[in-house]
Design a binder for this molecule. Structure first.
Ligand code: UGA
Length: 469
């Protein structure tokens, strides 16, 4: 099928590349010329597993990049809108990019098209897109609007697209449903996963993903509710971690006991420095705003956001309780991205924590496997960036772990201890076992677990000192 994807951000690019991988002919449209020329030259603008391979495999054949929206729409049967929906000052989603794309699409609708919302948008957006397209001259019976929210995690977006838990398709009639069903047929039939060239199937993949047909409004709500629920799960476990610290319990043991209940599940129960990224913070505010606009005060979401912010403050308190005064202290920081596997630093807890520590007079040397360049743009020369974890630790008063990169889980601990001025590790992602860290000679702080330290230190320290309340 011929498909247009409007917007070459991470959602648009992954969607375009993956539809090409499924055998469709795709044009990704953007008006940013520098982005287009980089893509045409074969560059992959984001750090995303398997995306460079898919771009290489399909570019120039089933995948094209263009700035001509109208031409591309004329030649397509499905048009996916994947442009940004940033937060406005009042927390609502700013839908002006969506509106301007809808206006432009309108002029190119001659024969039947299905216009699909892929960006995360509040409920009722599909109705607005329809109104705008009709207002600008398109025949109301020549197109349908559908909502097909994405559930792509940065870092594993390609795998999430090609091996989804489910595919949600919100439509108002059979005609548009048939087109979307056909588009996803290689996934729902299992045909794609049987191809010898398919990207590796993750162990968590469902045998055959269900395509869930809903109304457009329900699909819009499924997206917001999913992200809000996941964020709630994270804030919930972070709140439990706080209680664990107060009573001397171990949050990882609690997670184990909690997550093995199949009604709860173990995923998204990792305590830490709170959630970040371009989705959860923005989507929670937007969901809160749209609920309010329609007469419901969704106070639970306020609390989820409050706990999330508190989590960073609590981490900073932990740094203070480990080091006493902060002015003039030299800290090594591992992790700048908002989570492992991506170079994205938007709303990254690591960046927010670094900024707060800089304000308190700390000197910081930081390392991230992928996000250094992006972090340099926002932190400027206030932070020294190193080429690896051990350089970041060199001569530091303590080492902070702020992003859950896989490579941080298997550091050479004796080498780390030799590099640090004091063997103190403050882990905001619970990447290490506290007892093992103590055995390796570290004083180790983490989230929701009691701090540990080597025996010779522990015996000389009163118990209250070990508490981080
Ligand atoms: C999230 C959703 O997981 C996707 O399903 C959704 O499509 C996407 O938003 C979106 O709306 O576009 P993403 O923001 O890429 O994906 O990242 P997540 O893996 O969900 O992580 C979000 C944040 O929560 C990160 O800062 C991560 O470190 C944190 N997190 C995640 C935790 O603190 N604990 C956990 O157990 C899981």
């Amino acid at each position: 099928m011929r498909v247009t994807v409007v917007g070459s951000g991470y959602v648009g690019l992954v969607t375009g590349a993956c539809f090409a991988e499924l055998g469709h002919y795709v044009v990704v449209v953007d008006n940013d010329q520098s982005k287009l020329s980089a893509l045409r030259e074969g560059e992959c603008p984001i750090h995303e597993q398997f995306l460079p391979e898919l771009l290489r495999r399909h570019h120039g054949d089933r995948l094209m990049f263009s700035d001509d929206l109208q031409k591309s729409v004329r030649e397509s049967v499905a048009v996916f809108i994947a442009v940004g929906t940033p937060s406005a000052d009042n927390g609502e989603a700013d839908l002006s990019y969506i509106e301007s794309v809808a206006r432009e699409i309108s002029g190119a609708i001659s024969d039947y098209k299905v216009v699909v919302e892929k960006s995360t948008v509040p409920v009722y957006t599909s109705e607005w897109i329809r109104k705008i397209i009709v207002r600008n001259g398109a025949n109301p019976s020549s197109f349908d609007i559908a909502s097909n929210p994405e559930f792509l995690r940065e870092g594993s977006a390609v795998t999430d697209f090609l091996f989804p838990d489910r595919i949600v398709v919100g439509v108002e009639n059979d005609r548009s449903a048939t087109i979307l069903r056909e588009l996803y047929e290689p996934l729902t039939s299992g045909l794609y996963s049987r191809q010898p060239y398919s990207v590796p199937i993750p162990t968590t993949a469902h045998a055959l993903p269900r395509l869930i047909l809903t109304s457009t409004k329900s699909a819009e709500l499924i997206k917001h509710a999913s992200n809000a629920f996941l964020a709630t799960k994270i804030s919930f476990i972070n709140a439990v971690a706080t209680v664990c610290e107060s009573v001397g319990a171990d949050v990882q043991q609690v997670c184990d006991g909690l997550g093995t209940d199949s009604r709860i599940g173990p995923r998204f129960l990792n305590p830490g420095v709170g959630y970040g990224g371009s989705c959860f913070p923005k989507d929670l505010s937007a969901f809160r705003a749209v609920a309010r606009e329609h007469g419901y005060e969704f106070r639970l979401l306020d609390e989820v956001m409050r706990i999330n912010e508190d989590q960073r403050r609590r981490f900073l308190k932990k740094v203070r309780s480990a080091l006493w005064t902060l002015r003039g202290k030299h800290l090594g920081v591992l992790g700048l991205a908002f989570k492992g596997g991506t170079d994205d630093i938007r709303e990254s807890p690591a960046i927010l924590i670094i900024r707060a520590l800089l304000q308190e007079g700390c000197a910081i040397t930081a390392y991230d496997p992928a996000a250094t360049e992006r972090a340099r743009e926002v932190l400027h020369s206030n932070v020294t960036f190193s080429a690896n974890a051990y350089e970041a630790a060199a001569d530091a008063d303590a080492l902070l772990l702020l992003t859950d990169w896989e490579e941080f889980e298997s550091l050479d601990l004796p080498r780390l201890a030799r590099e640090l001025k004091y063997p103190i590790v403050i882990d905001g992602r619970n990447l290490y076992d506290p007892q093992r860290m103590a055995d390796q000679g570290f004083t180790y702080y983490s989230v929701g677990r009691a701090p540990t330290m080597p025996d010779h230190l522990a015996s000389s320290v009163p118990k209250e000192y070990l508490e981080t309340r």
